[in-house]
Design a protein around this ligand. Structure first.
Ligand code: GAP
Length: 477
């Protein structure tokens, strides 16, 4: 795990923000390779999910929103984590995490229950052994002062979702009054996590890719493309399955979930298995119990991927049936009607939310790709995720090889993100690019000057073939 994290840092995929000042837990920056990888993941997500329906669109909305938004959404009241502090050193801690670290189940416990479990297990401060306080609730939103006037408080959004809800009525009209309507937002969200100790997993400034699908609640039992997925076998880990610890494969039909919900489970699984190439053994949907569900959800299954460096299956996303919770909340607080009128039928739409943490997906892609062989470390990214698709090397900087390689690089660059690497031996250059997951390397040597052929080297097999310069593109698709 350490070597893997070191690679991510050393090659500048990600690194702690404000590092020269010691950094602040839960804040990370993306370097050049990390930015390329993250962008590739986001673009795959866009292409796949925006392609599900011609009435799905991407929008961009503000990170800072008025406090009324979160009064209406319920975040001011409910977006809390339990907090305990050490009466000796003052450290602030999560009592549920302290219990779970000792194998004691803490999900869904009330504050007094948390206190009694902490007392029963005789847990004291992990830093100084001091006595712990009673548990209280801590709201996880970051508040901000807006403008110069006193009193005007806003919040950094804790989820991208609200941007789509508050403008739903306008966008419904803009998008020609049709349902289902999908509004996607990719962007930052902010959560003042109490003790983000798991490195890159629990961030305070995070990135989300969320798609809000507004639909007529009477149609939740149907989906127009149901036949294309109804026999798809989903890897499900239901609340019941969890009693015996076994993941079950069920067809969409066998899940018994409404078609509109199960269809999107199938599409999410397709995205992970076919687009991101996550091995089937490393993927599952986990159903959340009533105690575990987010306060706005009626049906809630998480998307989980096995991430070795984080210790096993981890939540990377979720499919949330939020009903009319948010639109009704905004209707009540703003006094603006959220009703639509479709051919004389008036109703407040329901929302199905596909929600993904981009940073956690990024880390999972890194983790799954990481492989150490006898002579090399190699990141086996799928081509579509790899930061660079092709690297071009001149064997030497002299005798016209550099210029020839540069020409080839310029041609390839118009189609792919490419690197040009002229430093060190060819062997070292191959190793460097194996380590950052470049699937193809092209070497220009003296033979190139005679017959226009180059060496094309494949990352995974390390096979090298001689191809014409103008055939490279055919070989790397
Ligand atoms: N709009 C719904 C929503 O925000 P969530 O389960 O709270 O739901 C969605 O968050 C996803 O965002 C999670 O599945 C996870 O991947 C990511 N996420 C949530 N909190 C995070 C954190 N502190 N750090 C990194 N990613 C986080």
């Amino acid at each position: 795990v350490k070597e893997f994290s070191d690679l991510a840092l050393r090659r500048g995929f990600i690194y702690p923000s404000c590092e020269i000042y010691g950094g602040v837990a839960g804040f990370y920056d993306y370097g050049p390779l990390g930015t390329l990888l993250k962008r590739n993941w986001e673009n795959l997500w866009r292409t796949f999910f925006m392609g599900l329906d011609s009435n799905f669109f991407e929008i961009q909305t503000c990170d800072i929103m008025a406090s009324s938004v979160f009064e209406a959404s319920g975040h001011i009241k409910n977006f809390n984590d339990p907090l305990i502090n050490c009466l000796k050193c003052g450290k602030r801690l999560r009592p549920d995490h302290l219990l779970e670290e000792r194998g004691i189940q803490a999900e869904g416990l009330t504050l007094p229950e948390l206190d009694s479990r902490i007392a029963e297990a005789k847990i004291d401060c992990p830093y100084c052994k001091g006595t712990l306080s009673q548990t209280r609730l801590f709201n996880m939103m970051f508040d901000v002062k807006i403008g110069a006037s006193e009193g005007e408080i806003g919040y950094l959004r804790p989820e991208t979702a609200q941007g789509a809800y508050v403008s739903f009525k306008r966008l419904f009209e803009v998008c020609r009054n049709q349902l289902p309507l999908g509004l996607a937002i990719l962007g930052r969200a902010y959560r003042n996590e109490i003790s983000p100790r798991q490195g890159f997993y629990r961030l305070r400034e995070l990135n989300q890719a969320e798609l809000q699908i507004f639909f007529d609640p009477e149609t939740v039992g149907h989906h127009k493309d149901w036949d294309s997925v109804k026999d798809t076998r989903l890897k499900t880990f239901s609340v019941k399955d969890r009693e015996h610890g076994e993941v079950e494969e069920r067809t969409c039909e066998e899940t018994g979930l409404p078609q509109f919900y199960a269809y999107h489970l199938a599409k999410i699984q397709e995205f992970y298995l076919d687009v991101l190439r996550v091995p089937k053994s490393h993927f599952r949907f986990r159903e959340l119990s009533d105690e575990e569900k987010a306060f706005y959800n009626k049906v809630h299954w998480d998307v989980e991927v096995c991430v070795d460096s984080l210790g096993g299956f981890k939540e990377l996303g979720g499919l949330h049936y939020r009903t009319d919770h948010d639109l009704k909340g905004h209707q009540a607080v703003s006094k603006e009607s959220m009703e639509v009128n479709i051919e004389g039928k008036k109703f407040v739409p329901h929302v199905l939310e596909l929600s993904f943490g981009i940073d956690r997906n990024f880390w999972a892609m890194m983790d799954l790709a990481y492989d150490v062989e006898k002579e090399r470390t190699v990141m086996r990214f799928p081509d579509s995720i790899a930061p660079y698709r092709i690297a071009v090397f001149p064997l030497m900087k002299k005798d016209g090889l550099y210029e020839k390689a540069w020409d080839i690089y310029q041609q390839l660059r118009s189609k792919y993100v490419c690197d040009f690497d002229e430093k060190g031996s060819i062997g070292k250059r191959y190793r460097r690019h194996d380590e950052i997951g470049t699937p193809y390397c092209v070497t220009v040597d003296y033979q190139t000057l005679n017959d226009d052929t180059v060496t094309l080297r494949f990352r995974d097999s390390m096979e090298q073939v001689r191809v014409k310069g103008n055939e490279i593109q055919e070989r790397v698709v």
